[in-house]
Design a protein around this ligand. Sequence first.
Ligand code: ADP
Ligand code: ZN
Length: 209
Amino acid sequence: MKLIFLGPPGAGKGTLAKIVSEEYNIPQISTGDLFRSAVKEGTELGIKAKRIMEKGELVPDSLTVELVKERLARPDAATGYILDGFPRTIPQADSLAEFERLDSVINFTLDDGIVIQRLSGRRICRSCGAIYHIINLPASREGICDRCQGELYTRDDDQIESIKNRLEVYKKQTEPLIKYYREKGKLKNIDASTDPEKMMAEIKAIIDR
Ligand code: ADP
Ligand code: ZN
């Protein structure tokens, strides 16, 4: 099962990708996570990506496509995967179509107001990557991960100015992909304003159909 998760930042793509990945035993491939670990490791790619990401801009298509191509060539991605955060531009989607055949594109639909509310309250565990929200999904002890006691932090690009910029970038560069995949007959919409269980049920219905 080869899936793309499409939608604005904060729609829950990462959260749901993790659940689907475990349930269907296919890897979650998040370009955001791949870039963040490149930044952490200080690789050549990481150095290039760092400032771009902090501002909420997109990493150039050529670098991004190269990264994804390498990742998809690994054996665990041979029969299926979830692409979370890729493609984000029409040229990225065109490149992907040259070497992969997708099953479905799951489009997470969500209003701007909710996007801002969600992202500005998002906290992430430094050690295990678990995602919390100060209002919707608080940790039992403020600032500390329930699972591993790691420290919770706010991503640089979850600061309000970056959030607004990411939304603008999404509308300009990524939203056109909705029409692109609809015309290819691959698009499936899900309501991203509900809770993860309801969203999972919708996704399951799409996958198992
Ligand atoms: P979001 O919460 O906005 O979905 P991600 O974790 O997916 O964030 O991505 C974080 C940042 O990584 C993006 O703002 C962008 O700078 C970079 N990035 C991730 N995926 C892509 C992509 N497909 N093309 C270009 N840049 C990307
Ligand atoms: Zn943790």
